[in-house]
Write a new protein. Structure first.
Lengths: 207, 217
């Protein structure tokens, strides 16, 4: 069933798959593009770069206060210590959510997103409605996405338009004191690092 | 430009369509467009696809999916830069006797190119016009071409939180014009300053802004 979202994200006047195929063939024929290079890039964006990178950064910050200090002071340098860099990662800025401050990320002009840490953005992040509404009504958007933020908490919206790309350092959930770095990283979701969700323990593990 | 892409604060744009496990790609061709953009950017014939995306007429922009916009902008950039002729793009085949290039990226260099940290911050000294803690106002700019100043900041007063370093001004630099190196500042705007008394008194929007987008308040 076609809902508004499917219309925005899928409707096409003509088949773009065929146009891409034709364009790629032309570029290969002209020697502008090496098909093997395209395959490497496709594999990279589809399978290699993704939110597990960001989750490692978050988990490290949770267990290593000195790393966390460096991360908040200069995100790019601290993140490079873990081996992550790349396009859209020139000036990575990590913002910490606490019991009194909640951070959420958006790009109103296009779809700026910290690729090296989260991979490429999910479809909803690029939707017109998310881009339009998050700066003006963050609490309404978060509520719609299932996250209630208390009235005493300051909501900070980061409209990432310039050279910086932002990542939220979410709050570490209670009851995770005994977990190791890898176990902590497994709890951290993409949406928590965008600030539209909290990190929670799997059902059944809550203390 | 005061384009449809400058969406911050608009109403009536439909549903967010949030799904927890939403994929980055909706169809297999989308990731190939993404890869083609990376591979062709390596020629340095254009600084960004954004001006071409922003030039898509508003009604079409809203009708197109995200990667359809990328495909349209990529196709336009290829034609305008002369990497391929429009007739070749329409036919999907090279013209007879067309010169053959050497690919900018190969399987060996593609990964490194995609994972290299880009450097657009300029290592030159420019005196900052504003200092941390200073009140600034979004300038009343109605640039008809590419800019990174969202219109919701126009005329609004914020506070400089920190300097982000020196960068070329995208408004001119994206067209290979005068780069106008200048400081970029992280500016905090109170939600009520931007959106009125209906907004929460605690909340704020943070945005990095080029110096030319700001004036003292």
């Amino acid at each position: 069933m076609a809902d508004a979202r499917d219309r925005e994200h899928a409707a096409a006047p003509s088949d773009p798959a065929l146009r891409v195929q034709a364009l790629e063939s032309l570029l290969v024929e002209k020697g502008l593009v090496d098909r093997a290079a395209i395959d490497v890039l496709v594999d990279l964006y589809e399978n290699k770069v993704g939110p597990r990178n960001g989750a490692q950064v978050v988990a490290r910050a949770w267990i290593d206060p000195e790393f966390k200090r460096r991360l908040l002071a200069d995100g790019t340098a601290a993140i490079a210590e873990l081996g992550f860099s790349g396009q859209q990662g020139e000036k990575l800025t990590v913002v910490e959510s606490t019991p009194s401050v909640h951070n959420v990320i958006v790009c109103t002009l296009c779809s700026c997103y910290p690729w090296p840490l989260l991979g490429l953005p999910p479809i909803w992040y690029k939707s017109s409605a998310y881009r339009a509404r998050t700066v003006a009504d963050p609490r309404g958007v978060l509520r719609e996405l299932g996250l209630e933020v208390g009235n005493d908490v300051e909501v900070r919206v980061w409209d990432s338009n310039a050279a910086s790309r932002y990542l939220v350092l979410p709050e570490r959930p209670l009851g995770t004191e005994t977990l190791g770095e890898a176990e902590l990283a497994a709890l951290v979701t993409r949406d928590a690092m965008l600030g539209v969700a909290r990190v929670t323990l799997p059902r059944g593990d809550r203390s | 430009m005061n384009g449809i892409h400058d969406m911050g604060g608009m109403h009536g744009l439909g549903e967010i369509g949030y799904r927890r496990d939403d994929p980055a790609f909706h169809a297999a061709w989308e990731v190939r467009v993404h890869a083609l953009v990376t591979a062709l950017a390596a020629y340095g014939r254009w600084r960004a696809l954004r001006p071409e995306i922003e030039a898509i007429p508003a009604a079409e922009y809203l009708r197109m999916s995200y990667y359809e916009r990328w495909l349209a902008a990529l196709t336009e950039s290829i034609a305008k830069s002369g990497l391929a002729a429009r007739a070749e793009i329409e036919r999907g085949a090279a013209s007879a006797g067309a010169q053959r290039s050497v690919p900018a990226l190969t399987a060996d260099t593609a990964r490194t190119a995609a994972l290299a940290a880009p450097r657009t911050e300029l290592a030159i000294r420019v005196d900052p016009r504003f200092r941390v803690g200073q009140r600034v106002r979004g300038a009343n700019l109605n640039t008809p071409t590419h800019t990174r100043m969202p219109r919701y900041t126009r005329g609004k007063v914020g506070v400089v939180e920190r300097s982000r370093g020196v960068f070329a001004l995208p408004d001119t630099d994206v067209y290979f014009g005068d780069p106008r190196p200048q400081h970029v500042y992280m500016v905090r705007f109170a939600a009520r300053e931007l959106w009125g008394d209906g907004a929460s008194a605690h909340d704020a929007v943070y945005i990095d802004m080029w110096q030319d987008y700001l004036e003292p308040a």
